[in-house]
Design a protein around this ligand. Structure first.
Ligand code: HH2
Length: 288
């Protein structure tokens, strides 16, 4: 059942991004040695810059750069190391890169340095809870913020017990997360919610979240979904080592039809096609 997506104008500093007509594609670039799917490939700033341009050429609407892996079991890195990986890439892109840049960080210090170098979206997997200064940083800068749901921390999140009612938990969480952002002065036009696929959820809960995205969308905020290459896809396919690109395509199409405004993916060109077809089937007019 296709959800009728609400239209939003997302405010990101000096830019605006229309959401709800065409599913927006966020292309992932991890400048880490250990990300679960592209770790080690783009640690060199030149290689990362090349990849960033390819992501834009393939039709992404947003670039998301991460310099700290959040894969299950990971312990995190200090801010100095995150900035050492991230800032040279941002400096290479500054001024010429054509699409908005999001930074996947939970640290205010890293966020501030990234904003000074042109980033306009803060993608915080702790929903502004990980660092007490993060919310103020977001409010001060006027950047858009992605508030993601996670149970526990990356080090502990895949340990049971999982939530007895993940949909109810997400609804209650969204209210608290939005209030935290709003109380710090973040504009309601700059907030995106993300159910955090794979962050402390069972395989069946990830699927349940996808088919009930409208429950999160009913909070009135745009919804971002990140399923790309995640392990629940391997679990459904019955083969953890299998290439997950086609499985990701199915999740992207389903996310678009069930109401996601933005999908976060590693494989931009094929996922853009999948999303465009899903939008056409759902009856959303193509275009901006
Ligand atoms: N997933 C990952 C990282 N950041 N941010 C949002 N908003 N939503 C997500 O689902 C999400 C995210 C994990 O994927 P990846 O970046 O490929 O891996 P790693 O964390 O190992 O770098």
């Amino acid at each position: 059942m296709a959800a009728t997506r609400k239209h939003h104008t997302l405010h990101l500093r000096d830019r605006r991004l229309e959401l709800g007509r065409r599913t927006r594609i966020m292309g992932v670039l991890n400048v880490t040695p250990d990300s679960f799917s592209d770790g080690g490939r783009y640690l060199d700033a030149g290689r990362a810059e090349e990849r960033a341009w390819k992501i834009a050429e393939e039709g992404a609407d947003i670039l998301d750069i991460g310099a700290e892996s959040t894969r299950p079991g990971s312990a995190g890195v200090p801010a100095a190391e995150e900035m050492r990986r991230l800032l040279p890439v941002l400096e290479r892109l500054a001024g010429t890169y054509p699409i908005p840049i999001s930074v996947d960080t939970a640290k205010a210090e890293v966020a501030r340095a990234a904003l000074e170098r042109g980033a306009s979206i803060l993608n915080d997997v702790t929903a502004l809870e990980g660092d007490p200064d993060m919310a103020a940083e977001a409010a001060r800068s006027g950047a858009a913020v992605i508030l993601m749901h996670m149970r526990g921390t990356p080090a502990t999140m895949q340990r049971e017990p999982f939530s007895p009612d993940i949909l109810a938990e997400l609804e209650a969480w969204a209210e608290v997360a939005v209030a935290r952002a709003r109380n710090a002065g973040v504009s309601s036009d700059s907030i995106v919610l993300d159910p955090g696929i794979g962050f402390g959820k069972s395989v069946s809960q990830n699927l349940e979240i996808l088919r009930n995205l409208d429950r999160l969308a009913r909070t009135g905020y745009p919804v971002l979904v990140g399923t790309s290459r995640k392990s629940f896809i391997g679990a459904v396919l019955g083969d953890p080592a299998r290439d997950r690109i086609w499985g990701t395509g199915a999740t992207v199409a389903a996310s678009a039809i069930f109401g996601a405004h933005i999908v976060r993916v590693h494989d931009v060109a094929p996922m853009r096609d999948a999303a465009l077809l899903a939008d056409a089937i759902a009856g959303d007019a193509p275009g901006e």
